[in-house]
Design a protein. Sequence first.
Length: 177
Amino acid sequence: MSIIFLSSFKKIFFFFLENITSFFFLFFIFLFFFFLFFFFLSCFSFFFFFLFYISFRFLFFLFFFFLFFFFSFFLFLFFSSFLSFFLLFLFLFFLSSFFFFLFSFFSFSFFLFFFLFFLLFFFSFSSFFLFFFSLFLFLSLFPFFFFLFPFFSLYFFFLFSFFLFSFFLFLFFFLFS
C-alpha cells in the first residue's frame, strides 16, 4: 500500500515540477482573489460601522483608523512574505541547479532531495516565524481590539496551515528519500 502511495505521489510531484509555471500562475490568481476578499471585507465593515457614525463618532473614528491599519499592515506583511518566499524559491532553484551541475554523477533523486530539503526547511521556518510574529503583534500591541480577531482568523489559519503542510512535507521527504 505504501509503495502504491509513494508511486502515485511521485507521479503527482513530477507533474507539479513539469507544470510549475502554471502552478505559480494559478497561485497568483489565488492571491489576487485572497486580497480582493480582504478588501471587500474591509469595505463591508467600513459601511457597516458607518451606520453608527452619528451616535458613536469617536468610536467610529477609532475603529476606522485601526481597522484599515490592521488590514494594510497584515496584507503588506503577507504580501512581502510571499515575495520573499518566491525569491527564496528562485534562489534555491538556481542554487540546487548549480549543485546538480557540480554533482551530476549523483542520481536525480539526490538533486530532488537536496532541493526539497532547503526549500521546505526555509518555507516551514519562515511561515512559522511569520505566523507567531503576526500573532504576537496582534495580541500584544492591540489587546483591546479582540472583537476584530475573527477578521484575521482566516489569515492566521492560512499561515499556520501552510506551516504545517510544509513541515510535514519536509518530514515526509526526509524520511522516505
